[in-house]
Design a protein around this ligand. Structure first.
Ligand SMILES: Nc1ncnc2c1ncn2[C@@H]1O[C@H](COP(=O)(O)OP(=O)(O)OP(=O)(O)O)[C@@H](O)[C@H]1O
Ligand SMILES: [Mg+2]
Length: 296
């Protein structure tokens, strides 16, 4: 069911507000049509995999192209271009290397986790499978996904991801955040695409690596809480409700990992202006809602 005015298209530049507290989000959800079926799926359960069409062009030929295609979406760190119907090129705006996240994505895809298959990479560019559908954030804004369902989708993605052992050779730096499983460390509704092919799928693997499931879950709680405590933010009430739903849906205790998640979040260089200041109040809100839920 596509609400009037929501054109069926991929996430459009500037319309994915991301869960960035302090930034006024655009309110035009992109591909609402893509939620049909997907939003009604049991959260986290992928649809049947469809065969991939045969590619006729070498994906590596798109690397470093001056004009890879129309701009599909702008994140805070990267631009995503539509190369063709099956392919996107994600390009960091800085000279950051993409190879560590490529290894993690390859590993999780090999384990059947719903993430875009990497086709080629080099320098700041990744050519990858194009996922069709709205982000979970867009779908929430369009009223296509309910808040309890969104909480379950986020919890389910965490659960499935943390069932995957860390990739061989992943660096365990001995920090409290280190751990034995794959972690995403930026799992929020702006990074989930609701696809028909895979069900809810996860993008933006720039922070991913080996780590602790509890820290990953606590980080999602913290990111949602940042939006909730952002006074005057368009999504603050909805984010508080989503945080409560997420805390109900996840079986992972978050309080023990909250300090480590707070440290990680505060030190994340990708935070935008105003975001870092919200982290302490966000952590406090997570504590309060965990207490209300009688959890941990
Ligand atoms: N494989 C893909 N297929 C289709 N769309 C994608 C794909 N990867 C990313 N996108 C779109 O591009 C947007 C930005 O991508 P991504 O989150 O990787 O960039 P970013 O700069 O790291 O974002 P952030 O603002 O979260 O830091 C996503 O929210 C999504 O809408
Ligand atoms: Mg993102």
């Amino acid at each position: 069911m596509t609400p009037a005015g929501l054109a069926p298209s991929d996430p459009t530049p500037g319309t994915d507000p991301g869960l960035v507290p302090g930034v006024t989000p655009g309110l035009e959800p992109g591909d609402a049509a893509g939620t049909e079926g997907a939003a009604d799926d049991v959260p986290g359960v992928p649809g049947a995999a469809l065969p991939h069409p045969r590619r006729t062009t070498d994906p590596a030929s798109y690397l470093h192209a001056e004009a890879p295609g129309p701009l599909l979406a702008e994140g805070t760190a990267a631009d995503v271009y539509a190369v063709d119907d099956e392919t996107v090129l994600r390009r960091y705006r800085t000279s950051r290397e993409s190879c560590s996240e490529v290894a993690v994505v390859g590993h999780v895809v090999d384990h059947g986790f719903p993430a875009p298959r990497v086709l080629a990479h080099g320098g700041a560019d990744i050519v990858m499978e194009r996922l069709h559908g709205p982000t979970l954030l867009q779908s929430l804004a369009a009223g296509e996904t309910t808040i309890p369902d969104a909480g379950r989708i986020l919890a389910s993605l965490h659960e499935r991801l943390h069932a995957i052992p860390a990739p061989p050779g992943a660096i365990d730096d001995g920090s409290a955040a280190a751990g034995p499983v794959v972690v995403h460390l930026d799992l929020h509704p702006g990074n989930v695409i609701l696809t028909e092919r895979y069900g809810p799928a996860l993008v933006d693997w720039s922070n991913a690596g080996a780590g602790s499931a509890a820290v990953d879950v606590a980080l999602t709680a913290l990111i949602l809480a940042e939006v909730a405590v952002d006074a005057g933010g368009v999504y603050s009430q909805a984010a508080r409700a989503l945080l409560a739903s997420f805390l109900t849906a996840t079986a992972v205790p978050v309080l023990d990992a909250l300090d480590e998640a707070t440290r990680f979040r505060t030190g994340d260089p990708a935070l935008v202006v105003g975001e870092r200041e919200l982290v302490p109040a966000a952590a406090q809100l997570v504590r309060e809602l965990v207490a209300v839920a009688g959890r941990d």
